[in-house]
Design a protein around this ligand. Structure first.
Ligand SMILES: NC(=O)c1ccc[n+]([C@@H]2O[C@H](COP(=O)([O-])OP(=O)(O)OC[C@H]3O[C@@H](n4cnc5c(N)ncnc54)[C@H](O)[C@@H]3O)[C@@H](O)[C@H]2O)c1
Length: 337
């Protein structure tokens, strides 16, 4: 029996999507995952026999992808969580402007329009705090702060946000999360995210090369992101319709140097080298305010960067991931901190 509603997750085989799928199933939801499997689909094998799970290999850039993904004998989903995208600055650079725009902007429009036509109630969109770019004079950015994108990736996310905000009175209610940088383990681990990458390098090479050591970033555990998404599904629709929420935690605002400090506390044999880049790297330097999500949705992160570092080291030490250097755990071949 299913009485918790049906959720459609695009990009459900990915880092966030596979963890979200697990949690939605655990909570009693029916879940349809739509994914083109750019990085494989092993992350979904654990759900394969679950009676509330359905998978469709579909590309969100194809018109009609949403309808094609649904099982005819299940009721239409109430919510779509749109995660499918070319994720991150290096992956967007690698694929090029036109293709990045097609996947991240045009596909968002296509999926939203189909969600409206099919009568879905809510559209949850995963955007990024990269949209803010640089924080003027170190003040934490709020949802109302100006957006100064420093990358093609952020430009595509801003364009998708603008489209969705213009649809805020549609029958399907759009809702935007600007996520901090994630860390931690999920069924599709990523080692191209700063904390995860630092732990892997410190563990496997005993070496860390750090660029722009004083730059600030904001971090959140993948499981806390999933909790934030679910909190927004449970909130009254009129409260979240057309809203933007920074999703992260005050305690997750760190400089890179502070992250290095936390990693070497656990892996003290690591040799750290510092370098400066004047261009070509990820020049975001930013602290974020999470006051709005805390006040309006009562959301607070439960996990810390130290929890994440501990679990990453555990996974590496026990060999749960056979070859963490494998390219399937990275969205692009080159990594930028
Ligand atoms: N991980 C982070 O730190 C972070 C931070 C901010 C925002 N986000 C956003 O959250 C979402 C999920 O990120 P993630 O870290 O899970 O990324 P991911 O790369 O692990 O997952 C993306 C998934 O989308 C699928 N996909 C890509 N293009 C597709 C297409 N055209 N059709 C169907 N499926 C397609 C991929 O196969 C993959 O399984 C993205 O929209 C991303 O921009 C992530």
């Amino acid at each position: 029996m299913n009485n918790k509603g049906h959720v459609l997750v695009t990009g459900g085989a990915g880092y966030i999507g596979s963890e979200l799928t697990a949690e939605l199933l655990r909570c009693g939801h029916r879940v349809t995952v739509l994914d083109s499997l750019l990085y494989g689909g092993e992350s979904l094998l654990g759900f394969f026999h679950h009676p509330n799970f359905h998978f469709a290999r579909t590309d969100v850039t194809e018109p009609g992808a949403l309808r094609a993904a649904l099982r005819r004998d299940w009721l239409t989903p109430e919510v779509v969580v749109h995660l499918a995208a070319i994720v991150g600055f290096p992956a967007c650079q690698a694929i090029g402007r036109q293709a990045a725009w097609k996947h991240n902007v045009e596909a968002t429009k296509l999926i939203f329009d189909q969600a409206v036509r099919m009568g879905l109630g809510r559209f949850i969109f995963a955007s990024t705090y990269s949209n803010y770019g640089l924080a003027p004079n170190g003040t934490p950015v709020t949802e109302a702060s100006p957006l100064t994108p420093q990358s093609l990736y952020a430009e595509t996310k801003i364009a998708a946000e603008e489209f969705l905000l213009a649809q805020k009175d549609a029958t399907c209610a759009p809702l935007i999360f600007r996520l901090a940088t994630l860390y931690g383990i999920s069924p599709r681990p990523r080692f191209d995210l700063l904390v995860n990458q630092f732990v892997l390098d410190a563990y496997s090479k005993r070496e860390l090369i750090i660029y722009q050591r004083g730059y600030s970033r904001s971090f959140i555990h993948v499981r806390d992101v999933v909790r934030g998404f679910i909190a927004s599904m449970e909130a009254p629709e009129n409260k979240v319709r057309g809203q933007i929420y920074n999703l992260g935690s005050q305690a997750g605002n760190y400089t890179k140097d502070e992250i290095v400090g936390l990693v070497i506390k656990r892996l003290p044999e690591t040799v750290v080298t510092y370098k400066d880049l004047t261009f070509g790297g990820d020049m975001r330097d930013i602290a974020v305010s999470f006051e709005k999500i805390n006040r309006q949705l009562g959301f607070q992160a439960e996990l810390t960067v130290e929890d994440g570092i501990r679990e990453l080291i555990h996974v590496l030490r026990t060999g749960l991931i056979r070859n963490p250097q494998d390219e399937r755990y990275r969205n692009a071949q080159f990594i930028v901190q």
